[in-house]
Write a protein of this length. Structure first.
Length: 358
């Protein structure tokens, strides 16, 4: 008598996914892009090591849904990045995966056609192609690592990685971060607590062994060396912001107590701006003042920015989407972005040498 089936009872289908090697073969890394990726990582590592007094800014759309508008944004950002490069290092925010509280569009990789067809195979290749284009424009790219398998598909095109507020406490994501080739920012919890982020940085700094896939798509035991460039991202939470000087000082003390470098990035969005993009410039101005007044632990900032301000629901007729406007969190527009970044550069540039000598 055959055994009763006990597994895969809620699985509707197994659709074959191309391996990382196959996707990379379809969209190979170019020499130009490789140089931009490596130069971006080295610049961020130098800032985190205090060998470079500049401040980095991860700036761009909350999520990518239209690659044409995304590359339009990237070209604008490249011009601005060159203009402010004596004081600031700009890294384009290129987020393809969106964690959902319950349901909703999960991002460009999961559903690239935005029609619930969930062509992840197509989404992964399109995402890699977009990252390649951004790097070939001359901009390093940043993303959030949500799916633990995804970095094998496009990690060679990323210069900075975030671990989100919902996953900083996850052992899976801490293990993954320990093997990433980029500096990694762990966000504080949605309740505003620092413990998950600090422990995440500490855990990721050590070697780990865990299950994953190799470039051929085979199940493998991944053994990592540990990531020396983890840091904390303050994004507010628990009903209050945490970018103020007292919150920053508490974060410094928590990192020092854990025997970690006091490296802190301030996310100008999310709970730090009460999810109102109009407050992002106010947050950035306050953080700029802290740096000008001598703070050395704040090494970077994050801004949610797009061509157009605000956000929009995803319509049934996708031709009705507004060009360059977010379909996830609301963003500041391009004109505001330019003003914010230029103001920060103008304020910090005279004091940069003091920051270096401090």
């Amino acid at each position: 008598m055959p055994h009763a089936q006990t597994d895969n009872l809620n699985i509707a289908a197994f659709d074959r996914m191309p391996s990382p090697e196959e996707i990379t073969r379809a969209v190979p890394l170019s020499d130009t892009a490789a140089k931009v990726v490596l130069d971006g990582r080295r610049a961020l590592e130098a800032i985190l090591d205090r060998r470079d007094p500049r401040v980095f800014i991860v700036v761009g759309p909350c999520s990518i849904h239209d690659p044409i508008a995304g590359l339009d944004y990237a070209r604008r950002l490249k011009v601005l990045a060159d203009e402010v490069s004596d004081t600031l290092v700009l890294v384009m925010r290129v987020y393809f995966e969106k964690p959902r509280t319950s349901t909703g569009w999960k991002g460009y990789i999961n559903d690239p056609h935005m029609d619930d067809s969930f062509r992840i195979d197509e989404g992964m290749e399109k995402a890699r192609r977009f990252l390649l284009d951004v790097n070939e424009i001359g901009l390093p790219a940043a993303t959030e690592a949500l799916d633990p398998i995804a970095p094998q598909y496009y990690g060679d095109l990323i210069s900075w990685t975030a671990i989100g507020a919902r996953t900083s406490e996850s052992q899976t994501h801490r293990e993954m971060a320990s093997g990433l080739s980029t500096p990694v920012g762990f966000k504080n919890g949605t309740d505003g607590s620092l413990d998950a982020a600090v422990n995440g940085v500490l855990s990721a700094s050590h070697p780990h062994s865990f299950l994953g896939i190799n470039n051929q798509g085979q199940s493998s035991v991944i053994r990592t060396r540990g990531n020396a460039y983890g840091h904390v991202v303050l994004r507010g939470g628990g009903g209050r912001p945490n970018y103020d000087s007292v919150s920053v000082s508490l974060a410094e003390k928590a990192l020092t107590k854990a025997k970690l470098p006091p490296n802190i990035v301030i996310d100008c969005s999310h709970s730090n701006s009460w999810k109102n993009p109009e407050y992002q410039p106010l947050v950035m101005r306050d953080v700029t003042h802290q740096i000008r007044e001598g703070n050395r632990s704040i090494v970077g900032l994050m801004i949610e920015s797009n061509i157009e301000a605000g956000n929009q629901p995803i319509p049934a007729d996708l031709s009705q989407l507004r060009y360059g406007c977010s379909v996830t969190d609301a963003c500041v527009d391009w004109a505001t972005t330019e003003t914010m970044i230029r103001e920060m550069r103008d304020t910090l540039r005279p004091n940069l040498s003091l920051r270096s000598a401090g």
